[in-house]
Design a protein around this ligand. Structure first.
Ligand code: 58G
Length: 225
């Protein structure tokens, strides 16, 4: 059982993965859980403020240390071994290998920033790892956290059907082979003959060849590693 605790100003956003699709099924099967924490409940003031203006001036607001630290302390009472991850464009880039490593842990706490992000002292003192979902800025860490939860959860055995994650692109360092379904022909486009042959060894060989060609054509950088 992998437990995610998510610290966020927008817990309702996580309905998208909690209630739909393959992650929702993993939750129903008790393979993982997603627990959200409304950071405003740790504000300590009646206005529920958790941000303030930046020292040194400039645009935007910064998320304050105290509410975040108190919330993490509460989460750690139940999950003393949790790894605290801050979703940030300054983090290590998320890829298949990192997702697989994270899927081996028992508890992940995901801190979602808003505004200009969190006070640097949180990153120094409270965060174990900064992770980025790509080289771009988004307006909150929530979408990043959901990407991470999805990529990590599909590595857990039982979340997908029989070991399907082993067939994912990147699991073997290659892109996927092309997929086809009914009908056999549409608008003059036909399914490759070999897939209709029933000859499994030939089909497997064709798929391996296609995966290699696909990778060469679309992501030659993956072959150089
Ligand atoms: C710069 C801008 C630093 C993750 C915004 C920190 C989160 C991109 C990613 C932030 C994110 C990514 C505030 C909003 C973090 C904070 C959040 N943007 N590439 N934005 O994984």
């Amino acid at each position: 059982m992998l437990r995610f605790d998510v610290i966020t100003l927008f817990p309702e956003m996580f309905r998208a993965i909690k209630e739909e699709g393959v992650i929702a099924r993993g939750i129903k099967k008790s393979l993982l859980s997603i627990n959200t924490w409304q950071l405003r409940e740790f504000s300590g003031n009646k206005y529920r403020n958790i941000d303030d203006a930046p020292y040194g001036g400039g645009a935007g607001m910064v998320m304050q240390v105290k509410p975040i630290r108190d919330c993490i302390k509460k989460i750690k009472q139940k999950n003393p071994n949790t790894s605290v991850i801050y979703l940030s464009p300054q983090g290590e880039k998320l890829n298949h290998k990192l997702a697989l490593e994270l899927s081996q842990l028992e508890s992940l706490t995901l801190l979602c920033g808003r505004y200009e992000g969190v006070d640097e002292r949180v990153i120094e003192h409270d965060v174990d790892k900064e992770i980025s979902i790509g080289d771009y800025v988004i307006s909150g860490g929530e979408l990043g956290a959901m990407v991470l939860i999805d990529a990590v959860s599909r590595q857990l055995s039982g979340v997908l059907g029989n070991q399907d994650s082993l067939c994912d692109s990147f699991a073997n360092g290659l892109l996927d082979y092309p997929h086809y379904t009914r009908p056999e022909t549409i608008d003059g486009q036909s399914v490759p003959e070999v897939l209709l042959s029933g000859h499994q060894a030939k089909i497997d060989a064709w798929r391996t060849e296609q995966a290699n060609k696909n990778t060469q054509k679309k992501r030659a950088d993956l072959l150089k590693k």
